[in-house]
Design a protein around this ligand. Structure first.
Ligand code: MLT
Length: 272
């Protein structure tokens, strides 16, 4: 595993950079970090240069400060940050983008704002619709709770939802790993991330205008971004492929790694 550190837009950023070939950008979910891609690195880097950053404030990238915790970390801001990140590490050619959940929300914005930088897109356990008012309100409460109480409660309550009810028992290592990622995420970043996701634009119209190969990846037991919703997003997207993985919840790359890697490698070979 090749871990690098680089200053991006004035902020120390940690990322994996492994392998050679057409670049693949792996963008983690919330409130996670690049280590969620551990099962992809060796397989994908046999064919590609695999880049997996910690988004600003997450993982081992510098935490956000108290003042920054009340400024929404919006999806367009993160998409533009990724473009700056690619500039900084001198990747100018179009990339294969693969984002999970929040990484997928950022993916729509990246595709819309930086289309020329994109070759293929994988939207993993994510959705194109914006939040309902109810979810938006819940995110504001969750942001305030993170600031006041830290991330322990989130690790206890959110991790089992991401992993899935059945998989909490059958895949205890995935649960453990997700809980440690959540526990080490700074509460300030959790708050800013929740506020940013609450501001998401509805991208349902955007997906209907997509003109690059797109693959939707769903988990059969995902209750956070249910397979039915993902399949209907895929049907709206011109030429899109859809793949639903068994025995997986909201974290297909961790929960169905072997079959997921194969599907991903095949998909990236599809001509643009
Ligand atoms: C994620 O996995 O990134 C989150 O579940 C996204 C969300 O809270 O909508």
């Amino acid at each position: 595993m090749s871990l690098r550190q680089q200053e991006v837009a004035g902020r120390a950023t940690q990322f994996i950079d492994q392998g050679k070939g057409a670049p693949v950008l792996l963008v983690h979910g919330f409130p996670l970090d690049h280590t969620m891609w551990v099962h992809q690195l060796d397989e994908l880097s046999k064919h590609h240069r695999v880049i997996a950053p910690d988004l600003p404030g997450f993982g081992q990238s510098v935490a956000l400060n108290d003042a920054q915790s009340s400024t929404p970390l919006t999806m367009p801001r993160l998409a533009d940050w990724l473009a700056t990140f690619l500039d900084t590490i001198e990747i100018a050619e179009p990339i294969h983008y693969c984002g999970l959940s929040m990484g997928g929300y950022v993916g729509w914005e990246f595709a819309s704002r930086h289309r020329h930088r994109l070759s293929h897109l994988i939207a993993c356990n994510t959705r194109a619709a914006s939040d309902s008012d109810l979810v938006r309100r819940a995110r504001k409460v969750a942001a305030a709770n993170a600031r006041t109480h830290g991330t322990e409660l989130l690790a206890e309550t959110m991790a089992p939802k991401l992993v899935g009810e059945k998989q909490t028992h059958t895949q205890p290592n995935v649960l453990k790993s997700i809980q440690s990622m959540i526990r080490r995420t700074a509460p300030t970043s959790v708050a800013a991330g929740q506020l940013g996701m609450a501001e998401r634009e509805d991208m349902l119209e955007f997906v209907q205008s997509i003109d690059f190969p797109t693959l939707f990846v769903a988990g059969q037991d995902d209750t956070v971004t249910p397979p039915d919703e993902m399949e209907s997003n895929a049907k709206l997207t011109p030429g899109a492929k859809y793949h639903c993985f068994e025995n997986a919840g909201h974290l297909v790359p961790m929960q169905a790694a072997v079959s997921f890697n194969k599907v991903v490698i095949d998909f990236f070979e599809q001509p643009t």
